[in-house]
Design a protein. Structure first.
Length: 97
């Protein structure tokens, strides 16, 4: 949607949904770390999540999305959507307890 319109109401709505989805993802990740990391390793797990899960992956995703957008324009969205869908088979394994 962000690449398809410049209408402020739509952009505001999409950004609000993006913020909500990020917040829910972040809380789910923190809950997962709380559940599976031993107490003496939780700070290390949180540091790795912040550094690798948010930081480094964000850098690579930004670089890749810039290249994709430069090569394919707004159609690059479909590559990002496919990447998200590729992770769905991993979801059931997250909740083992």
């Amino acid at each position: 949607m962000l690449g398809a319109t410049v209408a402020v109401p739509w952009l505001a709505a999409v950004e609000a949904l993006h913020g909500l989805s990020f917040a829910l993802l972040h809380l789910a990740c923190l809950g997962l770390i709380e559940e599976i990391a031993p107490p003496n390793l939780r700070t290390t797990a949180l540091a790795l999540y912040g550094t690798l899960g948010l930081g480094l992956s964000g850098v690579f995703a930004t670089l890749a999305s810039g290249w994709l957008y430069g090569a394919f324009g707004a159609e690059a969205f479909w590559a990002m959507a496919a990447l998200s869908l590729a992770a769905l088979p991993l979801v059931p394994g997250l909740r083992t307890r």
